[in-house]
Design a protein around this ligand. Sequence first.
Ligand code: SF4
Length: 329
Amino acid sequence: MTTEKILDVKDLYVIYRTDEMVCHALNGLSLYIDRGETLGLVGETGAGKTTLALSIMKLLPERIGFVEKGEIYLGDRNIMSCTSADMRLLRGETVSMIFQDPMSSLNPILTIGDQIAEVVELHSNLSKREIDNRVDEILGMVGLPASRKSEFPHQFSGGMQQRVVIAMALACEPQLLLADEPTTALDVTIQAQVLQLMKGLKKKLNTAMLLITHDLGVVAQMCDRVAIIYAGEIIEIGTVGDIFEGENHHPYTVGLFGSIPNIKEDSDRLHPIDGMMPDPANLPEGCKFHTRCTQCIKRCYTEAPRDYSLNSHTIKCHLMASIHGWETT
Ligand code: SF4
């Protein structure tokens, strides 16, 4: 089967600079997503998940967030050399983003029909009547009746608002969808509905997706591959099978899985990962996880591990590489 990279992030370094400090949010992060594929991005708060999505959209906070180094390709286009005008066209048409809180994406004083029409109008030469028909069609796609297009966001429930946001994000059938915790703000039954909807639409439109979440259950259900992020680096990446069923894992991944309750296990306590993520303004030498790792070896304190791979599975850990004799990539 031939694959085509829709997103290719290469050695990306992003900082947030204020008068007081420089925070190193992404530190040489690399990953790719193929056409139609879903990659889950999992990690703790502050690991760099949203910074990556904002970098891909070129929406880092002005005068604070900067790409220091690296490249981001959307298809064959390096967005590092795109102007603001280029990005306005790429957003919606090539890449779209869904945020956690639907109300942060919706304009409270415009009807939902007008908001969807605005997206379609910006990216097409359709007549007013054709745009109107397209709005009805898009609302139908996300299971909302066209008769509600003249209503305002506050007249919809949280789940319905997120459906409208998904409709806007997919209105121009982008090649890549960035979904940043898209169901975290919704209750559990609505979460399942929205995830099912996204899965169906993604398949129908063959859209690739970066699904940012801290919910490993959602990852297992939705993703083809999984990337684990820690302190601005991908420390493990592989297929869902590699991560959920494989035997070899980065110690941080082991800790992540260990901190989830297991209904089949008779246990009095959960096993959280001790310690905190390092201060991004003052990252440690060597492996960034060494301050919390229970399996440190001498070189972990001074030497940053490289990516070691076996087939589709890559881990950034000295110990795993030396035990299993994996190759450097
Ligand atoms: Fe732990 Fe060393 Fe592996 Fe880092 S490189 S995860 S400190 S064993």
